[in-house]
Design a protein around this ligand. Structure first.
Ligand code: ADP
Length: 426
């Protein structure tokens, strides 16, 4: 499924195609989506001002809040009758963000995932153990359709139920697996306990993403499962998984499918476009979606663009591992959590102070979130109550350490670094 016409398109031709598709997208949004018409008017741009790729920066960003404000269907550019699927992000409080797909969008989705799986090493005829969650989340169904498109036999096991996963891997002998990197380690551990060695497993390729990870973790998954692991990246606002994927022989940055998604890197504070190679916020425009094209979507993910490596034949740029986020959003075992949500819960306890720190770590194989908060009382009963209430109201399991007043470190301005992510620091 390596598509030389697209993936190895001469650069000048690719840039011309991008301009043409961006112009059509901007035009479509202006004609069909009132919210975009308003946004364009607010900054005083019109679609005909997009004459070169360099003009794109004049157009406004789309942010998660724009999707929330338009809940549920306000950003759609086709009538509801043309929708063929709806997905929604795992918003843990308030409204989820909703995305829609028409027949064309599902076709694009399957195509980019098929490309991704091919780059990851999968070949027609292989069996594909798909342990991404099925449902409103784009992961399961998205990778499923791409697997079928590539000619894989897809096993739609979905997430969780580790014993069953182990059983099916033993019985079916899949060559390809897709899941989050942390779940790959959970499975590896369960398989080890069943007496398997990496060499005895049928698995050869792991397609991992949906949460931050690193080369250290890659080595761990590869050693424990006996696979080659590549990084798949994506987000529901743009399409879902399959916006980019590494090449299995190279494993140095994920190829962005630039004929469908236009990448920019911008300064987190300035919003100015930065040159390739510099770290900043990844901003993506979907250029071939019809039900819900999104212009200059501020992903919040920090990465950099790398030049294509000609050894693979592709001309499209790559993106590095995600280094962090420009906002404070935490992805804990696949669930998005904002510190403000946690703050809102412990704010209900009179004894607790607004001085706190969230420490993310990966002890063993699972992500852990430790809430350290200053408190007038530091007994275990209070801590347990805080943990229970966070679980009940936000749905995530955390541990809580109550600290003496003034004991948490303050930085210069008296402000504490709220989130300390130690997961990549092993
Ligand atoms: P939700 O989790 O809200 O349902 P998405 O699945 O669309 O929504 O989540 C997209 C986000 O997941 C991205 O913006 C990014 O922060 C994270 N993500 C996805 N893939 C990767 C990856 N390979 N590496 C790091 N983070 C990723």
């Amino acid at each position: 499924m390596f598509n030389p016409t697209a993936e190895a398109m001469p650069l000048a031709q690719l840039r011309a195609l991008q301009l043409e598709r961006l112009q059509a997208t901007v035009q479509r949004l202006s004609e069909r989506v009132p919210a975009y018409r308003t946004k364009f008017a607010e900054v005083g741009v019109t679609p005909d001002e997009l004459k070169t790729l360099g003009d794109l920066h004049r157009f406004p960003f789309t942010r998660k809040s724009d999707l929330r404000d338009s809940y549920p269907f306000g950003l759609f550019s086709v009538p509801r009758s043309e929708l063929r699927r709806i997905h929604a992000s795992s918003g843990t409080t308030g409204k989820a963000t909703v995305v829609g797909y028409d027949r064309n969008d599902l076709d694009v989705f399957a195509e980019v995932v098929a490309r991704s799986l091919y780059a990851a090493g999968a070949r027609p005829g292989m069996l594909f153990h798909n342990a991404y969650g099925y449902g409103l989340f784009t992961g399961g169904l998205g990778t499923h359709a791409g697997g079928e498109r590539l000619g894989l036999g897809v096993v739609p096991i979905s997430g969780g139920n580790t014993d069953k996963q182990v059983q099916l891997i033993e019985d079916f002998g899949p060559e390809v697996i897709a899941c989050t990197p942390s779940y790959a380690l959970v499975l590896a551990e369960a398989l080890r306990r069943r007496g398997h060695t990496p060499e005895s497993l049928s698995l050869r390729y792991a397609v991992l993403g949906a949460e931050p990870w690193s080369d250290t973790m890659r080595r761990e998954v590869e050693t424990r499962l006996g696979v080659k692991a590549t990084n798949i990246y994506g987000l529901s606002e743009i399409i879902g998984p399959g916006v980019s994927n590494e090449d299995v022989h190279e494993q140095q940055g994920s190829y962005l499918w630039e004929d469908h998604f236009y990448p920019e890197i911008v300064g987190p504070d300035t919003g100015e476009v930065l040159p390739d190679g510099e770290f900043g916020v990844l901003v993506l425009t979907s250029m071939t979606r019809t039900a819900m094209p999104v212009l200059r979507y501020w992903t919040g993910d920090i990465t950099r663009l790398l030049p294509a490596d000609n050894a693979t034949g592709r001309t499209m740029r790559r993106m590095d591992f995600i280094q962090g986020r420009s906002d404070d959003m935490i992805i804990l075992r696949g669930v998005n959590v904002y510190p403000s949500q946690i703050e809102a819960v412990f704010g209900q306890f009179a004894e607790l102070r607004p001085h706190y720190q969230l420490v993310l770590s990966r002890t063993g194989i699972m992500d852990e979130l430790l809430l350290k908060v200053e408190s007038g009382r530091t007994d275990g009963a209070l801590g347990r109550e805080v943990v229970q209430r966070i679980k009940a109201q936000i749905g995530v399991s955390v541990t809580c350490e109550l600290c003496e007043d003034g004991s948490l470190p303050r930085s210069e301005g008296g402000k504490l670094k709220r989130v300390l992510d130690l997961r990549g620091a092993r």
